[in-house]
Write a protein that binds this ligand. Structure first.
Ligand SMILES: [Zn+2]
Length: 64
């Protein structure tokens, strides 16, 4: 479990790191980490990308 009182940058490892939705790369303290968020059906959707290239390769129409 992630301690909700921890800073966001703490306790990130292979098991709880987000993965790039394009290439599947684990994003562990990646300075090039991009996040896209939007709201769909009343909930927040989040997609992670390892780089601007992967962000550009992702089709925005995949938002649902
Ligand atoms: Zn990627």
């Amino acid at each position: 479990m992630v301690d909700p009182t921890s800073d966001l940058d703490e306790d990130v490892d292979e098991s709880n790191a987000p993965a790039c939705v394009v290439c599947g790369e684990k994003l562990i303290r990646d300075p090039a980490h991009h996040v896209v968020t939007w709201v769909a059906d009343g909930s927040i959707q989040v997609r992670h990308f390892c780089s601007e290239d992967c962000r550009g390769a992702w089709d925005d129409s995949e938002r649902s």
